[in-house]
Design a protein around this ligand. Structure first.
Ligand SMILES: Cc1cc2nc3c(=O)[nH]c(=O)nc-3n(C[C@H](O)[C@H](O)[C@H](O)COP(=O)(O)OP(=O)(O)OC[C@H]3O[C@@H](n4cnc5c(N)ncnc54)[C@H](O)[C@@H]3O)c2cc1C
Length: 422
């Protein structure tokens, strides 16, 4: 939680979700004088974007854009950021919503920095969620280098009784509150912006693509972390199974997407994500050869140029055809695919396979309690005014990129500001 204070009431907007869409909406509203409560369920802001290595189209690190936003939040006393928090109840209507927020304990108070001795008091580990569980972290941890707020988190549930005793005796004692419990906060707000974003489609559902049985079949989300300097390998793209640099890498587009048995829709960003990741490989492993298996390459507008550059690269080949099966063979992975342009069945062997899995709305998996909002058949919130006084932005509405999420968020903020001003 930040030290910022904000009043609730008729000039207050609640933003649910602290990804790029929620952050943008919060800033737009606060910078014209509204009070904003920004509720984020994770321990830090930034959503999915902060976990990327670089983001298209410019391929800058996500912290470039996010850090400017964090500075704007730090300077703006009208924004109250609540992390590790979720909305548990909403009642009322436009201009007068009563909302209950549940705040989970961080156990780290922020009243003093965590000391070396406190870090050393803990050896229990938990899966590192920031790195998609590809490595582990100590149970007293900073979620990532650039985390905002820049506070450690204590996974108290994972501690042994000896570790708890050691922490109780270690200075500075005011840095950790082992007796902290969940709190509830009741607020009154005039408007609500839902920016709860997305989660990746579960690749374990794709039996024939072998994600659950082959360590060297990874998802596009895991590739972002593998390529990142702050990731589990320090930015080295290596095979999870044996730590070897891959010489042949395949990208499987529409892994589960545009498929009636999985996600029937196109997730819009996966083609650009794979093209971007092919660039990571070209930079980090210049001798590797890359094959991209696709149904259609969908790169809209100015992103088309990005595609053309890779088309001209003789280390990258594009094969039009949906991958039917991935089978392990010796230490490699064999892909069965019908090359629909070449008119032949292919069996090709690779060292590493990246599944371009799609985007599932969080709202579909975890509907917000008390918010009677209209979603489409897949759980995306129907765009525009969701209900009087409730608006939505970003990937909560549809799979989309950062630039469009930001535009959406600005539009949602404008509508919410109008509710406050009326
Ligand atoms: C593999 C891949 C690579 C991509 N690369 C790029 C790229 O290079 N460039 C680009 O422009 N786009 C890229 N995208 C798209 C980009 O990730 C999205 O545009 C962006 O994440 C949308 O932001 P958002 O704020 O709507 O959602 P999110 O980033 O998902 O943020 C939503 C936030 O809401 C929080 N939340 C969820 N539910 C709740 C709740 N109930 N209560 C409180 N908080 C909640 C979440 O914890 C999260 O912090 C990529 C997508 C994929 C799949």
């Amino acid at each position: 939680m930040t030290e910022n204070t904000a009043r609730s009431g008729k000039d207050t907007i609640l933003v649910i979700g602290g990804g790029i869409a929620g952050i943008t909406a919060a800033l737009e509203a606060a910078e014209v004088g509204c009070n904003v409560i920004l509720v984020e369920k994770e321990a830090y802001l930034g959503g999915r974007v902060v976990r990327m290595n670089q983001y298209f189209p410019k391929l800058c690190p996500p912290t470039c854009g996010l850090e400017i936003n964090y500075q704007r939040i730090r300077k703006n006393p009208r924004i109250k950021v609540l992390t590790l928090s979720e909305v548990s109840k909403v009642a009322g209507q436009k201009g007068n919503f009563n909302v209950t927020i549940r705040i989970h304990p961080r156990y780290v108070t922020g009243n003093a920095p965590i000391s070396r001795a406190q870090l050393d008091a803990i050896s229990s580990e938990i899966p590192n969620d920031f790195n998609s569980g590809m490595d582990r972290t100590r149970a007293l941890y900073m979620p990532h280098d650039q985390a905002f707020p820049h506070l450690h988190v204590l996974a108290r549930y994972a501690l042994t009784s000896e570790e708890i005793s050691r922490l109780e005796e270690t200075e500075p004692r005011e840095a950790i509150d082992l007796s902290a419990g969940a709190e509830t906060l009741d607020v009154n707000v005039a408007a609500i912006i839902v920016a709860t974003g997305w989660q990746p489609y579960d690749a374990n559902n794709l039996d024939l693509l072998g994600y659950s049985s082959n360590a060297d079949v990874i998802t596009n989300i895991e590739m972002e972390r593998l390529a990142a300097r702050t990731g589990p390998t320090g930015g080295k793209i290596i095979r999870p199974s044996d730590g070897r640099e891959p010489a042949r890498v395949a990208f499987v587009q529409c892994a589960g997407s545009r498929d009636a048995n999985n996600l029937p829709y196109c997730s819009a960003v996966c083609c650009m994500a794979s093209l971007k990741q092919a660039r990571y490989l070209r930079n980090k492993l210049p001798d590797a050869s890359i094959s991209i298996f696709y149904i259609d390459i969908r790169t809209i507008g100015r992103h088309e140029e990005f595609y053309y550059q890779l088309l001209a690269d003789d280390h990258v080949s594009f094969v039009k055809g949906k991958v039917a099966r991935i089978t392990p063979e010796a230490s490699n992975l064999v892909l069965d695919v019908e090359d629909t342009l070449g008119g032949k069945l292919l069996q090709e062997s690779f060292d590493l396979v990246v599944l371009a899995t799609g985007v599932v709305p969080n709202q579909a998996r975890h509907p917000l309690p008390g918010l009677d909002i209209t979603t489409d058949e897949y759980g995306f919130i129907v765009e525009g005014v969701v209900r009087n006084g409730i608006y939505a932005a970003g990937c909560a509405c549809r799979p989309t990129d950062v630039s469009r999420s930001v535009k959406d968020a600005t539009a949602a903020a404008l509508r919410a500001i109008q509710d406050v001003r009326r």
